[in-house]
Design a protein around this ligand. Structure first.
Ligand SMILES: NC(=O)c1ccc[n+]([C@@H]2O[C@H](COP(=O)([O-])OP(=O)(O)OC[C@H]3O[C@@H](n4cnc5c(N)ncnc54)[C@H](OP(=O)(O)O)[C@@H]3O)[C@@H](O)[C@H]2O)c1
Length: 146
């Protein structure tokens, strides 16, 4: 199965890529450094060809309230549009426990916006919630959801 891990060079993405590769999957570790950018759209159409599952583990370079909201909204829109056009079968994103109960946290508001875009996309999805900084367990959880 071809799986694209957006943010595949990050803290959780790199572990996820390694686990999926050990499982025998064809995995693309996507990030701006490898020419795939969810903000500019660069490389998205090309990488989606033949892809069955996309795991979105990208993160905003800035956690400032406005910047992080813009990141997750723009990234989510571009990514989900490319997935829909290519017929991707499942979208996985990592949620955070308690985001919907903490509206005064700008990062959490951005994660809620990301989840609303995913729900509205019509693409089958899984978005397991995890505790922040419990990163050792997260890739295992992602694997179970794919
Ligand atoms: N860390 C946690 O404890 C935790 C808990 C729950 C949920 N999550 C969620 O899991 C996701 C990943 O978190 P993380 O801590 O692993 O993040 P991270 O270590 O900061 O990694 C971010 C990744 O996103 C990539 N990226 C940045 N801008 C991009 C763009 N425009 N297009 C494509 N990729 C881009 C980076 O690529 P470069 O290497 O090229 O910069 C990097 O691979 C986030 O959505 C976060 O909310 C994290």
């Amino acid at each position: 199965m071809k799986i694209v891990v957006i943010g595949g060079t990050g803290l959780i993405g790199s572990k996820t890529v390694a686990i999926l590769r050990r499982g025998g999957h064809e995995v693309v570790a996507a990030s701006p450094k490898s020419g795939i950018n969810t903000i500019t759209g660069e490389g998205l159409k090309e990488v989606m060809a033949g892809t069955q599952v996309v795991i979105d583990l990208a993160n905003s370079p800035s956690f400032e309230d406005k910047a992080v909201l813009e990141f997750f909204e723009t990234s989510g829109r571009n990514l989900l549009a490319a997935e829909a056009a290519a017929g991707v079968r499942n979208h996985v994103a990592l949620s955070i426990v308690g985001t919907d109960r903490t509206p005064d946290n700008g990062y959490f508001r951005a994660k809620v916006a990301q989840e609303k875009l995913i729900e509205a996309s019509g693409i089958p999805y899984t978005a397991p919630p995890s505790f922040w900084n419990s990163s050792a367990r997260l890739p295992l959880q992602v694997r179970m959801e794919t």
